[in-house]
Design a protein around this ligand. Structure first.
Ligand code: RIB
Ligand code: CA
Length: 317
């Protein structure tokens, strides 16, 4: 039986690749995608997710969620409005969606789904700001005992990407991230920038993807090439490769060996300070004497990840 998953996304070029991996890998069954304000405004995340599923010919229900962070009004900015728009852009460069989003709100869907019998064997995979997840936990705290495991892309220990301290998904809604890390969720695996920046996808890999000539592989090549160009523009990094963060979190479910240097630690989130807001603080030396609440991957196996990515995207007919 394939492992059921729900992806909470802000699609986004790397979320798009993650969605395709989740929809195509035979060991996974993508039950639904929920969308949230992040890389682009939520309505574009929804539209982009629909475009992806139409493009690969696999219908997956898409539920639109929160349009702004849990409590603050000063971090509503989606990345499409910033220089990082170069990495994503508002619309993914694939044909417009024909399918339509579900009418239920994503937070209501998550609460209803996880309180139903189906919920207890479905892994939750947030690859976006944690607003929907925190809102669902606040609405129905009992869902934390029903979600069997979480694989989350977010945070950074030695690397930030919005500030030297903070990774985008956590920075964009730090209060929500704090709710999630302190909620009592079990079996939480965190895939931070430390791992994703050690699992880069190169221009050469994009050529291999294009050669497969499947809709998924061709789109993934297009999105990854945009990311490689975008990283040059935004960070001045001309290394001919880029992280495809969110796909690593998805593929870690089917092959934990794509992650490396995994530590089990207590993680909390800083919510104040110009230079520190949004920082994931890993208590690597147990200074707080708290029970670990996450397994955090501090590295990755690039070759293993890229091979699995290519194999997965080849499966689209
Ligand atoms: O920092 C990387 C994360 O921020 C990824 O999930 C990307 O899609 C953006 O949301
Ligand atoms: Ca994302």
């Amino acid at each position: 039986m394939p492992q059921k998953v729900i992806l909470d996304v802000d699609t986004g070029t790397d979320d798009a690749v993650a969605l395709m991996c989740a929809a195509l890998h035979p060991d996974l069954e993508l039950v639904a995608a929920t969308t949230v304000n992040g890389n682009v405004e939520v309505q574009y995340c929804t539209d982009n997710s629909l475009r992806v599923f139409d493009h690969i010919g696999i219908p997956v229900p898409v539920y639109e969620g929160m349009a702004s962070p849990l409590v603050r009004s000063d971090f509503p900015k989606a990345r499409g409005d910033t220089a990082s728009g170069a990495v994503h852009g508002r619309h993914l460069d694939i044909p417009a969606a024909k399918s339509r989003q579900q009418t239920q709100h994503a937070v209501d869907f998550l609460v209803d789904y996880y309180m139903s019998s189906a919920g207890t064997d479905t892994i939750l995979v947030p690859t976006a700001p944690l607003t929907n997840i925190a809102a669902a936990i606040k609405r129905e705290p009992r869902i934390v005992d029903r979600i069997p495991a979480v694989y989350m892309m977010g945070g950074g220990h030695e690397i930030g990407n919005v500030t030297p301290s903070a990774e985008f998904n956590v920075w964009a809604d730090p209060e929500a991230a704090r709710v999630v890390f302190n909620s009592g969720l079990k079996n939480v695996t965190v895939v931070p920038l430390d791992a994703t920046h050690r699992a880069l996808v190169s221009s050469e890999d994009c050529k291999r993807l294009r050669a497969l000539n499947t809709p998924a592989a061709t789109a993934a090549a297009l999105f990854t090439e945009k990311r490689i160009e975008g990283y040059q523009i935004v960070f001045g990094e001309n290394i001919g490769s880029a992280p495809v963060h969110d796909a690593l979190a998805v593929l870690a479910i089917v092959d934990p060996g794509v992650l490396a240097s995994v530590v089990e630690v207590f993680v909390d989130v800083e919510t104040i300070g110009e230079l520190t807001v949004g920082r994931t603080v890993l208590d690597t030396h147990n200074r707080l004497h708290k029970t670990p609440n996450a397994r955090v991957a501090l590295s990755a196996d690039q070759d293993r990840f890229v091979s699995l990515l290519i194999e997965t995207l080849a499966r689209n007919t």
